[in-house]
Design a protein around this ligand. Structure first.
Ligand code: NI
Length: 135
């Protein structure tokens, strides 16, 4: 084993590992390479959440059920509360039931984290993915 390389073990479900192995085999990745890339991507995505006072810009991509009672109203209310961060919003009607909201933001990291947490905590929000850059 070369210097700087370590082995570690982790516990995950059998189903997840099976799906992961199948997935990376199609990409011609080894487990080690895929896990390293996933760890770097994870840290890239979340680093700004641990740092206060950093200027962050990017998009919040929210996939939600528009039939959930009062969700759309509360998403609008939240956006009004954080309007100083929001550059623009794009609403996409995905199908009969689901919508996607893309909110472009620019502002201080801890404030954007609060906005993300408020939206993610709403009932009916199925997924929230952020694409962020720091400068
Ligand atoms: Ni819609």
């Amino acid at each position: 084993m070369s210097k700087g390389i370590v082995r570690f073990s982790a516990s995950i479900s059998h189903d997840l590992l099976t799906a992961f192995d199948r997935f990376i085999r199609d990409l011609n990745y080894s487990r080690s390479r895929a896990v390293q890339e996933a760890m770097r991507m994870f840290m890239d995505e979340h680093t700004w959440k641990h740092r206060e006072g950093v200027l962050v810009f990017g998009t919040l991509n929210i996939f939600y059920d528009h039939e959930t009672r009062e969700l759309e109203e509360s998403l609008t209310d939240i956006q009004h509360s954080y309007r100083e961060l929001i550059i623009s919003t794009l609403h996409i009607h995905v199908d009969e039931r689901n919508c996607m909201l893309i909110i472009s933001v620019k502002g201080e990291s801890s404030r954007i984290k609060k906005l993300v947490d408020e939206i993610a905590g709403r009932k009916g929000v199925k997924q929230l993915k952020t694409v962020t850059f720091t400068i």
